[in-house]
Design a protein around this ligand. Structure first.
Ligand code: NAP
Ligand code: MG
Length: 462
């Protein structure tokens, strides 16, 4: 797809106020694949005004009509699936097969869920002598990262539009091309002008201007804990609603009765997918001490198979960050059994699929989000020990439990401080609420819970 030298505001592509440009780089060969405007505060202001002007009309549109527009959007995205996959592959570096299945497939399915939920959601209910109306919160400022670039856009924009909100999106600087493709798709789907607006730009410039803009009623952010904390503070100061989807250090708990080979194989695949750039990745594998050596051997073999099959990480900066974590793991005394900090190729931002054994809970590689293809394997003595380790980080986004007995796995999962747990390899569910306990975030995305984030209640008494 050809990059637009413009921002999508009020239903049209318009030049940015300034002349600054973002160069989009392909992480596989380090070549520039496109240039987009780096929008600034005046552009954000124009976009927020357009979103405000469109708000009352869109909020008053019947849910069935909003559902029809979202169904049209889903259809456009479906028709452009291959182009989406190629675009994400070009700017994120993900292997094309993975881009097709996940980076294109997932947002299409999430858009579809909101086409249905917009029509069926209960926007009005009776509570005793009251009628409670669920009304749109208003203008949404959405700020998204690069790791699942279209999914994270759709997971905010689709429920916001279903709720009757209007949106200004500031996507990640590394992956603005698929955001432009999304804006084209919104246009093609016939959404009224101003309902969705796109300002590409840098986080500390365009992103910050969006968070601070008094015309924004709710900020929905996905990304690093450091930036999330600052956005939460700014939003708190202005008494703005805020949703934060931050990092994770999720535990994959393998209880003694589990199918060890399957649990390890799925666990390694979960971490290596998208080159480890997944906030919900099970980056800590917890194994009973009696099965520990066998699990390490299985994981080592599994990781070796990924050697050439994973893509690079998104940028030179991210590669340096991941390598730094690997070096620290070694320095702290963990045992490297696969991969390492050295570069596997001359060109491209590649990191070797890496596995650490003899990891203890207090090591930085067991506490900090690495966001690269790095698995840590920890040992536990008994179930209580496993629970203490699983809950022993500041995060709580996802996790997994494997056991011979499903009831035992469920009992363990219920004691985990985390927003999602997959039981014995349970499948991802695009309708299930997704979001964090503890410092993994505030709020929930996806399904009806994700839609509720964009609604506020008004009670009328009779
Ligand atoms: P990030 O800086 O938090 O980026 C997320 C989004 O926030 C991007 O659109 C970014 O713009 C924007 N942003 C940055 N500074 C901002 C500010 N002051 N005000 C408003 N918006 C701002 O994350 P990153 O630097 O790309 O990645 C760093 C680390 O964050 C990763 O290593 C990983 O640990 C974590 N991360 C987590 C997730 C997740 O899904 N939870 C996703 C990505 C990264 P720019 O693109 O211009 O920076
Ligand atoms: Mg950043």
């Amino acid at each position: 797809m050809k990059a637009h030298d413009a921002l999508y505001i009020d239903g049209a592509w318009r030049p940015a106020a300034g002349r600054d440009v973002i160069e989009v780089v392909n992480p596989v060969d380090e070549q520039v694949v496109g240039r987009v405007p780096a929008g600034t505060a005046p552009d954000v202001d124009t976009a927020v005004r357009a979103a405000r002007a469109a708000l009352s009309g869109w909020a008053a549109t019947a849910p069935a009509e909003r559902a029809a527009r979202l169904a049209a959007l889903r259809d456009v995205l479906t028709a452009r699936k291959e182009e989406i996959a190629e675009t994400v592959t070009a700017e994120l570096g993900a292997p094309l097969e993975f881009s097709r299945a996940v980076h294109a497939g997932l947002p299409v399915s999430v858009a579809g869920t909101y086409a249905e939920l917009a029509a069926t959601h209960v926007f009005e209910e009776r509570v005793g002598n009251s009628v409670v109306h669920h009304e749109p919160v208003g203008v949404v400022g959405a700020i998204t990262p690069w790791n699942y670039p279209l999914h994270q856009i759709v997971a905010k924009v689709a429920p916001a539009l279903a709720a009757g909100c209007t949106v200004v999106l500031k996507p990640a600087e590394n992956t603005p091309l698929v955001a432009q493709l999304f804006a084209e798709s919104v246009h093609e789907a016939g959404l009224p002008a101003g309902v969705f607006n796109l300002v590409t730009g840098l986080g500390p410039v365009a992103g910050q201007a969006l968070v601070e803009h008094p015309g924004v009623d709710l900020v929905s952010f996905t990304g690093s804990s450091a930036v999330g904390r600052r956005i939460g503070a700014v939003a708190g100061g202005a008494v703005k609603k805020v949703a934060l989807e931050l990092g994770g250090k999720s535990a994959n708990v393998i209880l003694p009765g589990a199918d060890l080979a399957r649990a390890v194989a799925v666990g390694v695949a979960n971490v290596m997918a998208n080159s480890g750039q997944t906030c919900s990745a099970w980056t800590r594998m917890l194994v009973h001490t009696d099965q520990y050596d066998e699990a390490v051997a299985l994981a080592t073999t599994a990781a070796a198979k990924y050697g050439d099959r994973i893509g690079p990480v998104v940028s030179a900066e991210q590669r340096a960050r991941v390598r730094g974590h690997i070096e620290r793991g070694t320095a702290e005394g963990a045992r490297l059994v696969a991969g390492g900090a050295d570069a596997p190729r001359e060109k491209g931002y590649f990191v070797r699929p890496t596995v650490f054994a003899d990891v203890t809970p207090e090591m930085s590689i067991a506490q900090e989000e690495i966001f690269g293809p790095v698995l840590t394997i920890l040992r536990y003595a008994d179930e209580e020990d496993a629970l203490r380790i699983a809950n022993g980080t500041v995060y709580g986004l996802a996790g997994a439990v494997w056991a011979g007995d499903e009831a035992q796995a469920v009992a363990f999962a219920r004691r985990m401080e985390t927003g999602q747990v997959d039981i014995n390899g349970g499948r991802f569910n695009p309708l299930a609420p997704f979001g964090g306990y503890k410092q993994s975030g505030v709020g929930r995305e996806l399904g009806a819970h994700g839609l509720s984030e964009y609604l506020q209640t008004k009670s009328l008494q009779f």
